[in-house]
Design a protein around this ligand. Structure first.
Ligand code: SIN
Length: 276
């Protein structure tokens, strides 16, 4: 039986059932669904970390996250964990993975190992849709701008006393030295479509604008991009894989399962320098 691809909304996201990420015959369907929908949830993947990595390698080379705790057995598989007694979730602010890198990761692939009894969803916002909804003069203005992104404030020494660093979920604070300048509007390397590329977690300021101008413009864009019309929400089931396109989306882990454990494995795939 061929996999079935069902859109989650009219804008972004699709669920795939009847697929096996290890099956070569399913690969073209999964690939096309990813290109078309930007985030896909492939249900019921009872796979090992080696299978997870093999699936990721279909997309490109593995990009090892410098800050996340990794599996002892697989240093290129990151652990996304919140214990029952912890209060903060990794990735609970809207963000785009690795935007602080010069060539940000193309996609992230998250595998649900242990889910809370309820909650713990992940939300996604289409930055194609957010861009398309802007007026033509605003698109023209943004099209000439670039913005700085940084890992320092999010993963650096200033975070050493945060729960996630103290609990060992985030490491290597001394390596948080990446700053990168990207266009505010990118042309997506796969689809050729325009997308906004700033995010509340890692973008620090817009190059060349006065501080107050940069803050006001980013604040407008962040409010605009949080419109639910551009979003979908993944309600996880055991063994799901959700993979998302970091050049086309923001995402946010919903932290609404106090007292429960949530444990995921994440692999990220190398991307490329982003152009206007
Ligand atoms: C992440 O930001 O990579 C984690 C998302 C999630 O745990 O839902």
């Amino acid at each position: 039986m061929a996999p079935i691809v069902t859109p989650m909304t009219g804008t972004v996201g699709a669920e795939i059932t009847g697929a096996d990420v290890r099956n070569d015959a399913h690969w073209p369907i999964i690939r096309q669904a990813f290109v078309d929908h930007s985030v896909i949830t492939i249900r019921a993947q009872d796979i090992t970390p080696d299978d997870h990595l093999a699936f990721a390698r279909r997309w490109g080379d593995i990009n090892v996250n410098r800050f996340f705790k990794a599996l002892d057995t697989h240093p290129n598989v990151a652990v996304v964990l919140k214990e029952a007694d912890q209060t903060t979730a990794i990735g609970e602010m809207w963000h785009t993975d690795h935007s602080y890198d010069t060539a940000p990761a193309m996609c992230s692939i998250l595998h649900a190992i242990e889910l809370p009894a309820y909650g713990g969803d992940t939300c996604f916002s289409s930055q194609y849709a957010a861009y398309n909804a802007l007026s033509d003069p605003m698109k023209t203005f943004l099209g000439g701008l670039s913005a700085w992104h940084s890992s320092r404030h999010a993963f650096g020494a200033a975070t050493l006393d945060h729960e996630q660093a103290k609990g060992g979920r985030l490491n290597n604070q001394e390596n948080a030295t990446q700053d990168a300048l990207h266009p505010v509007v990118i042309t997506h390397p796969l689809s050729g479509r325009k997308a906004l590329y700033v995010n509340p977690d890692f973008t620090t300021h817009i190059e060349g604008l006065a501080k107050a101008e940069s803050t006001a413009l980013l604040s407008f864009l962040y409010t605009h991009c949080q419109n639910p019309d551009y979003q979908c929400r993944v309600r996880w089931q055991q063994d799901d894989i959700t993979m998302w396109d970091n050049r086309a989306l923001w995402h946010k882990a919903i932290n609404d399962y106090a007292g429960h454990r949530r444990y995921m494995h994440r692999v990220t795939v190398e991307g490329s320098v982003l152009n206007r």
